[in-house]
Design a protein around this ligand. Structure first.
Ligand code: G3H
Ligand code: 13P
Ligand code: ZN
Length: 285
């Protein structure tokens, strides 16, 4: 069942758990996520980055997720991850996305407010939910790279002004995580999450969540995180599944036999995350 991102995240916020937002790039990953959601009876968000849309095509991504959602017994949302391009966001709205992220976090607060509010007004007019970001999350995704020294934590006062002025539905905050693999252990600012949650009481989003230890994830959820973005851990598990199989079976050239083990490996990791985030068993009908 396809629902909006807001429906999924308001339920998570009201009931004190987090939902995984898992990045999709191809059919096998869509299936790995949906299978894990069915297995754990978890509401789920499938998200595509601008790079994923460039690779697979917005129509393919949206058609695959729509089929998956229509056949699923759990609530599913289709979300644009880190949208920076007005035209591409409009294309997602036309293609049935039920949630979009406008990421204008590299701009000044006033500029971020202006860009975000334009998207909120348009998306809300057609019933689509909006995520926006304040603060600078370290690492690279698509065309945005933030060096560690330039990553800046989200300021609670600015967050209040940002939410009030834009009318966004859920807020991505910078609290110590970074996109991509970690070199050391990430140190999260749990007090900052709690303060922002107490001020705003809206769903909060954690990016760069692959590789964050279970204990930190659980504490982040307890302090107010409701959407947890995972990409790198899917890539790594998929890659390992495919490579291990290919190394053990060097003569196999059937793509189904090669990619199937990647799908299975990713599904196992995704199901583990759903249990960790507290979304398992929270699906409604
Ligand atoms: O945070 C974003 C995701 O990891 C997307 O990565 O732009 O390489 O698809 P990508
Ligand atoms: P990771 O690749 O670090 O899991 O980050 C995913 C993300 O934040 C997508 O927006
Ligand atoms: Zn991200």
């Amino acid at each position: 069942m396809l629902v909006t991102g807001k429906q999924i995240l308001d339920h998570a916020n009201e009931n004190g758990y987090a939902v995984g937002a898992f990045n999709v790039n191809n059919m096998e990953i869509v299936q790995a996520i949906i299978n894990a959601a069915e297995e754990t009876q978890s509401p789920v968000i499938l998200q595509a980055s601008q790079g994923a849309l460039k690779y697979a095509g917005v129509e393919y991504i949206s058609a695959m997720v729509k089929v998956a959602a229509d056949n699923a017994s759990v609530p599913v949302a289709l979300h644009l991850d880190h949208g920076t391009d007005f035209k591409q966001i409009m294309l997602c709205l036309r293609n049935g996305f039920t949630s979009v992220m406008i990421d204008a976090s590299k701009h000044s607060l006033d500029e971020n407010i202006k860009i975000t509010k334009d998207i909120v007004d348009i998306a809300h007019a057609v019933g689509v939910s909006v995520e926006a970001e304040l603060g600078k999350i370290g690492g690279t995704e698509d065309d945005i790279t933030v060096a560690e020294k330039d990553a800046t934590m989200t300021d609670p006062d600015e967050a209040a002004k940002f939410v009030e002025s834009t009318g966004l539905d859920y807020l991505a905050i910078a609290v110590g995580t970074a996109h991509g693999p970690y070199k050391g252990e990430p140190k999260l600012d749990f007090d900052r999450i709690k303060t922002i949650k107490e001020r705003l009481n809206i769903p909060l989003v954690l990016h760069g969540s692959s590789g964050v230890p279970e204990e930190s994830i659980k504490k982040a959820v307890a302090n107010g995180i409701n959407k947890i973005n995972i990409d790198t851990d899917i890539r790594m598990s998929f890659n390992k599944g495919v490579r291990d199989f290919a190394n053990e079976n060097p003569d196999v050239y059937d793509p189904r036999k090669l990619l199937g083990p990647g799908r299975e490996a990713a599904q196992a990791v995704i199901a583990e995350k759903m249990n960790m985030f507290g979304s398992a068993g929270k699906a409604w009908r």
